[in-house]
Design a protein around this ligand. Structure first.
Ligand SMILES: [Zn+2]
Length: 374
C-alpha cells in the first residue's frame, strides 16, 4: 500500500506528501475560511475567505517543507545523505541515511529546523507590519499574521525536549557531548519525552474536566503521540544497537562435535544424534570441514542401509548460505539462518570452524541482552 505521494525532488532528496496531509489541508482551509478569518477580519466576502484560507494552508505547508529542508541540507553538509522528506499530519520527517556520528553534527541538524521556523515567523511578522504600514489590502495582513504565528507554534512545538522531536535531539546531543555516551543520552532524552507526554495528557484531562473539552482532547492526544514516539524510538535504538553491534562470535556455540565423513550413518545416529541431541553436526573429511548432516539427511537413508552407508554420501555440502564469519553481525546471521533449510549456520574463519549458530542461540542471547540493557 502506497500511502504517500511523491511531489518532487530537491538536491536529490525525494519530497513526499503523506495522504493524511490532504485531510489536514482541507481542515486547515476550512477552519481558516469559516472561523479564523471571519472572526478577525469580518469585512472579507466569502469567496475571498476561502481563497485566502487555501493560500495560507499552502504557505504553511511550504513553511513545514522549509523546516524539514533545513534539517536535510545541514545533514547533507555534515556528510549524512538524506533519502526523502515525508510531510504528514504533524509536520514532517527527514529520513537520514544514518544517525549522526558526532554530537555537534546532531546538534546542528536538530537546531536547523526550529531556527528556520523562527526565522519564517519573524519574516512573516515583518511582512504583516509592512503591509499594514504601506496601506496594502487587509488580506495581506491576515495572511502574514497567521503564518507568523503558525511558524512560531511550529518552532515551539518542535523544541519540546522530548526525543525524537528536535528539542529532544538537542538535549540528547548536549548530554552526548558532555558525557560522551550516546546510549545514556538517548535513554535520558526519551525518558524525558515519556514524562512530557504524560504531563501533556494529564494537563489535557485537567482542561477537559474544567470544561475546555476541545483543547483538552487535543493536548491529551499530542501528549499520547509524544509519549509513543519517545518509547518506540528508544526501543528501535536498542534494536539497531543489537543488530549492528553484536557479532556472531558473541553468541555462537563453540562447543563442537564434528563428525568424520567415513563413519557409517548408523554410527552417526548412535554416537552423535542420540548422544548429544543436537539437530545438526558439521562434517569433516581429513581435517577439512566439508558440510553438515542433519536428522533430515538420516531420514532419507532407508533403515536397512544405515550400517553400510557413509556419512560422506548424505552430507549437505557447504554453500555460502551455511557459512558466516565470526565478525558478521546478528542481522547477517539471521538472514542466512532463515534463508537455508537447516536453521543452522557454521561459523568459519577461513578454513577453520569456530562455532555453530542456531536460531535458539540468537533468541537466548537477545533475551539475556535485553534484560540486562532495559
Ligand atoms: Zn524539525
Amino acid at each position: 500500500m502506497k500511502d504517500s505521494l511523491v511531489i518532487g525532488r530537491v538536491k536529490g532528496i525525494q519530497i513526499e506528501v503523506h495522504l493524511s496531509w490532504f485531510i489536514i489541508f482541507a481542515l486547515v482551509t476550512f477552519s481558516l475560511a469559516t472561523g479564523y478569518i471571519p472572526n478577525n477580519y469580518p469585512g472579507l466576502d466569502q469567496m475571498t475567505r476561502w481563497i485566502i484560507g487555501g493560500i495560507v494552508a499552502l504557505m504553511f505547508f511550504l513553511s513545514v517543507l522549509l523546516h524539514e529542508l533545513s534539517h536535510s541540507l545541514l545533514s547533507i553538509s555534515a556528510g549524512i545523505p538524506v533519502k526523502k522528506i515525508t510531510l504528514f499530519i504533524f509536520g514532517g520527517v527527514s529520513q537520514l541515511d544514518k544517525e549522526p556520528d558526532e554530537p555537534l553534527k546532531e546538534l546542528k541538524i536538530a537546531i536547523a529546523g526550529p531556527a528556520m521556523s523562527l526565522f519564517l515567523s519573524v519574516l512573516f511578522f515583518l511582512l504583516a507590519t509592512l503591509s499594514r504600514n504601506i496601506g496594502a489590502h487587509e488580506v495581506f495582513y491576515v495572511l502574514f499574521a497567521y503564518l507568523s504565528s503558525a511558524n512560531m507554534v511550529l518552532a515551539i512545538f518542535n523544541l519540546v525536549p522530548a526525543f525524537p522531536l528536535d528539542g529532544g535531539r538537542v538535549v540528547q546531543a548536549l548530554i552526548w557531548y558532555f558525557s560522551g555516551n550516546l546510549q545514556k543520552a538517548r535513554k535520558f532524552s526519551s525518558a524525558m519525552g515519556r514524562v512530557i507526554g504524560y504531563v501533556f495528557i494529564y494537563f489535557g484531562i485537567f482542561m477537559v474536566l474544567n470544561g475546555n473539552i476541545l483543547n483538552g482532547v487535543w493536548f491529551a492526544f499530542i501528549g499520547w503521540f509524544i509519549n509513543q514516539m519517545s518509547q518506540s524510538s528508544y526501543q528501535s535504538m536498542v534494536m539497531s544497537d543489537i543488530f549492528d553491534k553484536i557479532f556472531v562470535s558473541d553468541f555462537m556455540t563453540d562447543k563442537l562435535e564434528i563428525v568424520d565423513d567415513n563413519l557409517s550413518v548408523q554410527a552417526l545416529l548412535e554416537g552423535y544424534f542420540y548422544k548429544y541431541k543436537y539437530a545438526v553436526f558439521p562434517v569433516r573429511s581429513n581435517e577439512r570441514i566439508t558440510g553438515i548432516v542433519s536428522v533430515e539427511s538420516i531420514k532419507k537413508t532407508p533403515r536397512e542401509l544405515r550400517t553400510q552407508t557413509t556419512v560422506r554420501s548424505i552430507t549437505t555440502p557447504l554453500t555460502d548460505n551455511l557459512i558466516v564469519r565470526p565478525g558478521d553481525t546478528v542481522s547477517a546471521a539471521i538472514t542466512k539462518l532463515f534463508g537455508n533449510s537447516v536453521g543452522r549456520v557454521l561459523v568459519m574463519d577461513q578454513e577453520n570452524l569456530m562455532g555453530i549458530v542456531s536460531k535458539t542461540d540468537i533468541l537466548n542471547y537477545l533475551r539475556i541482552y535485553s534484560q540486562l540493557n532495559k
